[in-house]
Write a protein that binds this ligand. Structure first.
Ligand SMILES: *Cc1c(COP(=O)(O)O)cnc(C)c1O
Length: 360
């Protein structure tokens, strides 16, 4: 339990640092843009604070790279994004026109993707002439107007000139899934010949091929390093070593004495825990990285701290990485038993977000 002489206990940085490479995000956007046919508009989904990476900086960078239309989940997110982007870029709201949002939608020129008869009625009554899109349900059964309803109301809705007709694929991360062609056929049946721009594909849909692209694509996770477009160079999460100690063989570390030293060991305590999105299911399972060298995370993940066995490192590191070139969001997700989306959107607001590159 003593600190070995010569091992510094001085923290080099106080908070964990999340480095976000804006150039790599823009490069991913351009790659996704190139994957679709000419004439198809590649938009950008920046909901949930751009999947945890910071919507303001990410959207500005993507706007400079050429994105003209952004999607967010809620009107509040849209309002914040409008402040960041200023007038010009289109900001579309997946959750549509919710009660109480009318003023924000109007004043900040947001475009709701209306997804029910109620919303269509609300929008047409409260903001006649204000831009909108329509979300159709082609089988996911989450948001959107059902085929029979659509047949009944389409003539009235089309008269008001929607900007987009969109739907969302439930299984696009599984290219062979029969749901994909089924939803494609349903989308055609609901929208063919209506002369309104159409959108069906998110990241997974872009990779399914051109017949899924229609007029606009809506990539999200592919911009941020997640599958099916895995890119480990976009985010790096460095956790500061804030204390080190020696433990003797037989001593335990952390809650529930979940780890027992089998040899004299040097233990590093790092500043980040499950309150920062380092899921508790990572306990004892995720490697941490000192450059190319991995060390084991040992014991339980606590709320604000984790511990690592650094006995085998030649020197005490100032920090260890948990997301880096060696271990991307999908790698960490696999260890935690979740998906890259959840790793990204759990990234703590406490992290010091540092932006690399200019995004052009
Ligand atoms: C989140 C979302 C997207 C983006 O999906 P990714 O899989 O992250 O590319 C696109 N469309 C809708 C309706 C969404 O909810």
């Amino acid at each position: 339990m003593t600190t070995r002489h010569g091992l510094s206990n001085t923290p080099h940085m106080a908070t964990a640092t999340l480095s976000i490479d804006l150039d790599a995000i823009c490069m991913a956007w351009r790659t996704l843009n190139r994957l679709s046919a000419t004439g198809v508009e590649t938009t950008a989904v920046v909901k949930a604070d751009a999947y945890g990476l910071g919507a303001t900086r990410v959207a500005r960078a993507l706007a400079q790279a050429g994105a003209r239309r952004f999607f967010v989940a809620t009107t509040e997110e849209g309002a914040a994004l409008r402040q960041s982007l200023g007038p010009g870029p289109q900001i579309n709201i997946f959750n549509g026109h919710m009660a109480g949002d009318t003023d924000m939608i109007h004043d900040l020129e947001l475009t709701p993707m209306l997804n029910s008869l109620d919303q269509i009625t609300r929008h047409f009554e409260a903001l006649p002439g204000h831009p909108f899109g329509v979300q159709l349900d082609t089988g996911m059964n989450r948001l959107g107007i059902e085929p029979t309803e659509w047949t009944a109301i389409a003539p009235i809705v089309l008269e008001a000139k929607p900007e987009i007709l969109m739907s969302h694929l439930a299984c696009s991360d599984e290219p062979e899934h029969p749901m994909n062609p089924l939803q494609l056929a349903n989308f055609h049946a609901m929208t063919d010949g209506l002369c309104v721009p159409r959108s069906l594909a998110a990241t997974g849909g872009i990779l399914l091929g051109e017949e899924y692209h229609f007029d606009l694509t809506r990539p999200g996770v592919g911009l941020y390093g997640g599958r099916p477009f895995s890119n480990r160079s976009i985010v790096r999460l460095s956790l500061p070593v804030i204390q080190i100690r020696e433990v003797a063989a037989g001593e335990t570390v952390g809650y529930a004495c979940a780890w027992t030293a089998t040899r004299p060991s040097i233990i590093a305590t790092l500043s980040a825990g499950y309150a920062d999105g380092l899921l508790r299911s990572l306990s004892g399972r995720a490697p941490l990285w000192d450059g190319d060298t991995s060390v084991p995370l040992i014991g339980r993940v606590s709320m604000d701290l984790i511990t690592a066995d650094i006995t085998d490192l030649a020197e005490v590191p100032s920090h260890l990485d948990i997301l880096c070139d060696q271990q991307g969001v999908d790698d960490l997700a696999a260890i935690a038993g979740t998906i890259g989306y959840e790793i990204l959107t759990s990234l703590s607001p406490r992290y010091d977000r540092r932006y690399v590159g200019t995004g052009t």
